[in-house]
Design a binder for this molecule. Structure first.
Ligand code: AMP
Ligand code: MN
Ligand code: MN
Length: 325
C-alpha cells in the first residue's frame, strides 16, 4: 500500500512512544471526522498515549455504534498541555469554533484532510484531495506507524469511507478506496453491520418524517436544479442529521445541482451536491463555505425563503456560466 506517501513530518510527532493527544473534531461532526479521530486515537492509546476526544458539538445519535464514540465529548473550552492536537477532515480551523487555537499553545497541530481547499493551518499538514475520505488517509497513516488495525479501528475507518462515498457510489471512489476497504474488512470491519447500523435503524415515525420532508422537494422548470427547503420544527433535527436528504433531489435524472436548505440554530445550513458538470465547491466558497467539487456546504442568515432565493440565484448563475469556470 502507499503508506510511503505519508509525510515524515506527520509521522514524527505521532510515532513517539508516549504523549498526550487531543483528537479535535469539527462542527456538527460526521462519520469521516469521528471515525478517523477515534481510529487514530485508539491506536495511540493502545501504544500508551493519554488521549482525549472532543469538539464543538456532540457526536450525533446515529453514529452511536462507532467503537469508542462514548469518549467523544462536547467541549465548551479546550484545555492546554497537549503534545499533539490532531485535526482530521477539517479544511478550516474556524470549524472548531476557537477550540484549536485554545488547545494549540505548546502542541504540534497535525492537520490530516482530503479537502482541496484546506487552509494548511497545522504545524504539519497532510492534504490529499484524491482520497475519497480522510479515512483512507488514516489507514495509510496507521500502516506507516506500524499500529495494529483492530476491529474497532477498522470499523471506524470503514464507516468513515462508506459514508463519504455514499456507500461506494460517488465519483470520489477510486481503486484505492476498495483496496483500503478490503483491508479494513479483513481486519474486522463488518460491511453489513455498518450498513445496517447506518440505514436500518430508523424509528417507525421517521417514515412519516421522510414523507413530510420529501413532499417539499421542488424542481426548476428546466429540471436542472432541485431543492428542498426545510423550516425548523417540521421534522426533528436528529432525523435530518441521520438522513442524507439532499440525495433525493439529487436522484432526479435531469438534475445537475441539488440543494438542501435547513433552518438550524437561527441560521440556514445549505448543502449542495452535483454530478460532475458544476463545481459546487466554488458556489459554497462564494458564501464563505467549502467542500468538494461535487459536495459542498455553507451557512447563511435567514429567513429560509430569502436564503433559498439567493442560493438558487447563485446556482443558476453557475450553471449558465458553463462548466467549472
Ligand atoms: P454537507 O453538505 O454538510 O454534508 O457538507 C458537504 C461537504 O462540504 C463536506 O466535505 C463538508 O466538509 C463541506 N462543508 C460543509 N459546510 C462547510 C462550511 N461551512 N465550510 C467549509 N466546508 C463545508
Ligand atoms: Mn466531515
Ligand atoms: Mn470527509
Amino acid at each position: 500500500m502507499s503508506a510511503a506517501l505519508v509525510p515524515a513530518e506527520v509521522l514524527a510527532p505521532l510515532g513517539r512512544a508516549r504523549g498526550r493527544a487531543l483528537m479535535l473534531g469539527h462542527v456538527h461532526p460526521d462519520a469521516d471526522v469521528l471515525g478517523t479521530l477515534l481510529a487514530l486515537g485508539l491506536a495511540l492509546e493502545a501504544r500508551g498515549w493519554s488521549v482525549e476526544w472532543g469538539g464543538p458539538h456532540p457526536a450525533p445519535a446515529y453514529l452511536g455504534f462507532l467503537p469508542g464514540i462514548e469518549r467523544y465529548r462536547r467541549l465548551e473550552r479546550a484545555a492546554r498541555g497537549w503534545d499533539v492536537v490532531v485535526s482530521t477532515d477539517c479544511p478550516n480551523p474556524a470549524r472548531t469554533e476557537g477550540l484549536l487555537e485554545q488547545a494549540r499553545p505548546g502542541a504540534v497541530v497535525v492537520n490530516v484532510d482530503h479537502h482541496a481547499d484546506n487552509r494548511r493551518y497545522g504545524d504539519v499538514n497532510w492534504i490529499e484531495p484524491r482520497a475519497a475520505a480522510t479515512g483512507e488517509m488514516v489507514f495509510d497513516l496507521l500502516t506507516a506507524l506500524g499500529d495494529p488495525v483492530t476491529p474497532a479501528v477498522a470499523t471506524n475507518l470503514y464507516t468513515a469511507i462508506s459514508t463519504d462515498t455514499g456507500s461506494f457510489r460517488y465519483s470520489n471512489v477510486t481503486p484505492k478506496t476498495f483496496t483500503v476497504a478490503a483491508a479494513l474488512v479483513t481486519a474486522g470491519a463488518d460491511p453489513a453491520a455498518v450498513a445496517s447500523a447506518l440505514f436500518e435503524r430508523r424509528e417507525a415515525r421517521a417514515i412519516g418524517w421522510l414523507g413530510e420532508a420529501l413532499g417539499r422537494v421542488r424542481l426548476s422548470d428546466d429540471g436542472r436544479v432541485a431543492w428542498l427547503a426545510l423550516p425548523a420544527g417540521v421534522v426533528p433535527e436528529a432525523f435530518v442529521e441521520a438522513e442524507d436528504l439532499v440525495n433525493y433531489p439529487r436522484s432526479v435524472a435531469s438534475v445537475k445541482v441539488a440543494c438542501l436548505l435547513r433552518e438550524r440554530d437561527g441560521e440556514v445550513k445549505v448543502s449542495l451536491r452535483a454530478k460532475g458538470e458544476v463545481d459546487v465547491q466554488r458556489i459554497a466558497a462564494g458564501f464563505g463555505g467549502g467542500g468538494h467539487r461535487n459536495a459542498a456546504g455553507f451557512t447563511m442568515s435567514g429567513p429560509l425563503d430569502r436564503a433559498t432565493a439567493t442560493v438558487l440565484g447563485a446556482v443558476e448563475a453557475a450553471i449558465t456560466g458553463g462548466p467549472s469556470r
